[in-house]
Design a protein around this ligand. Sequence first.
Ligand SMILES: NC(=O)c1ccc[n+]([C@@H]2O[C@H](COP(=O)([O-])OP(=O)(O)OC[C@H]3O[C@@H](n4cnc5c(N)ncnc54)[C@H](OP(=O)(O)O)[C@@H]3O)[C@@H](O)[C@H]2O)c1
Length: 286
Amino acid sequence: MSRWLVVGCDGMLGQDLVAALGEKPGAHEVTAVDRDVLDIRDSDACLAAVADHDLVVNVAAWTAVDDAESHESAAFAVNAVGAANLARACSAAGARMVQVSTDYVFAGDATSPYAEDAPLAPRSAYGRTKAAGEWAVQALCPQSWIVRTAWLYGAHGPNFVKTMARLAAERDTVSVVDDQRGQPTWTVDLAAAIVRLVEAEAPFGTYHGTSAGETTWFGFAQAIFAELGLDPARVLPTTTDAFPRPAPRPAYSVLGHEAWRGAALDLLPSWRESLTRAIPLVAPTS
Ligand SMILES: NC(=O)c1ccc[n+]([C@@H]2O[C@H](COP(=O)([O-])OP(=O)(O)OC[C@H]3O[C@@H](n4cnc5c(N)ncnc54)[C@H](OP(=O)(O)O)[C@@H]3O)[C@@H](O)[C@H]2O)c1
């Protein structure tokens, strides 16, 4: 039985990952910790926590994308130094590591899906800190998988699906940007994919943990309204310029999935099919 350490277990993805592992009783021995037990900025604490584990999944992160613009060193301490601390501890313990990363490591100005080995060119502070985390993990723990994800939503954290459900109850119409493309990804699908990746002993390297298919935030919002039994015409298209934010948003964040195919692993489902399954759990109507 392999001994897993899930770091960041109280976050949106962390909770669904622990639940996915819980559905396989006896398959793995799972220790789940969050910041109150293990602050990943503390290298000695990481060494102690990782000892006696075979695998560490790091889903802890500074995820406040806009705040990172004005607090880059604080975000770097978690997303880069924290990831490095865990990677060093994994090497010392002979453990493997899964590091969850983001589409924000890319420039976001492509016109076809980003390959796993496309050059990193982050445009935001958050993206820079996550790119540094990837490099640190690759350098310090070669027995590692980088899993980049994007547009995550789930039952256990604030996210776009919940925001749309709330705004639908408050307003007649909702304006949503139609000039950013990506892949809405349910945390339950990603958690299952991470477990598959490790259990299959897939080749170490970089994988894109996003749904199949693509859409814009506007298209995603219309689908959410439809799933909630509401009129999708209440969602109006707008542009990024209408919603200025501290951190630049990628116009094109579609990630390719060749590495999954190369490892003969099942891809994540299509975003649209997953939304139908997710809505009753993420935004229940009663
Ligand atoms: N959400 C998205 O749309 C998205 C998109 C692309 C990539 N990702 C990546 O996916 C992963 C999971 O994201 P998520 O949405 O599940 O994030 P989340 O809900 O914000 O959870 C992150 C967790 O990390 C913990 N944490 C923060 N600083 C820590 C520290 N110094 N030591 C230990 N734990 C710490 C947080 O605890 P506190 O609550 O106490 O701070 C929280 O429980 C992250 O790597 C993120 O970068 C997310």
